[in-house]
Write a new protein. Structure first.
Length: 131
């Protein structure tokens, strides 16, 4: 099984028909491969929770309900935040200051997983980015 990590925006675009057209052809094709396990970082859910609270992100249902529906519906597993992920953040250069992206980058490096993201700054960290 191939393990693929979804960046926050990739998860949001995948789960919302209005934004699905923003996904690249390669990203869309990944979701059709049966030998692939998809993961979402707990950091992404944390990021979404903050954005919901400050009014930058809205769902037709509560965040709790949205996540509870979308994860099983799309076959996505959660990757928890581990101590080694947080420690890795300290070793990352400061190419990017977004704390959620930095944690997601650290997780991808520690777990040696490819990440589906439009964010090219991930490339500066040596992350295996698909888009």
């Amino acid at each position: 099984m191939k393990k693929i990590w979804l960046d926050t925006h990739t998860f949001l675009w995948l789960t919302n028909e209005l934004y699905a057209s923003l996904l690249s052809k390669e990203a869309k094709s990944l979701f059709l491969k049966p030998q692939t396990d998809f993961y979402l970082s707990l950091a992404s859910i944390w990021e979404m929770a903050i954005k919901v609270k400050i009014g930058k992100l809205n769902f037709p249902v509560s965040l709790r309900e949205f996540i509870s529906q979308q994860l099983p519906q799309n076959g996505i597993k959660i990757l928890n935040i581990k101590l080694e992920h947080v420690i890795e953040v300290a070793d990352l250069p400061l190419h990017h200051r977004d704390p959620f992206d930095r944690l997601i980058i650290a997780q991808a490096l520690v777990e040696n997983m490819q990440i589906v993201s439009v964010d090219e700054v991930f490339d500066d960290y040596g992350v295996q980015r698909l888009w």
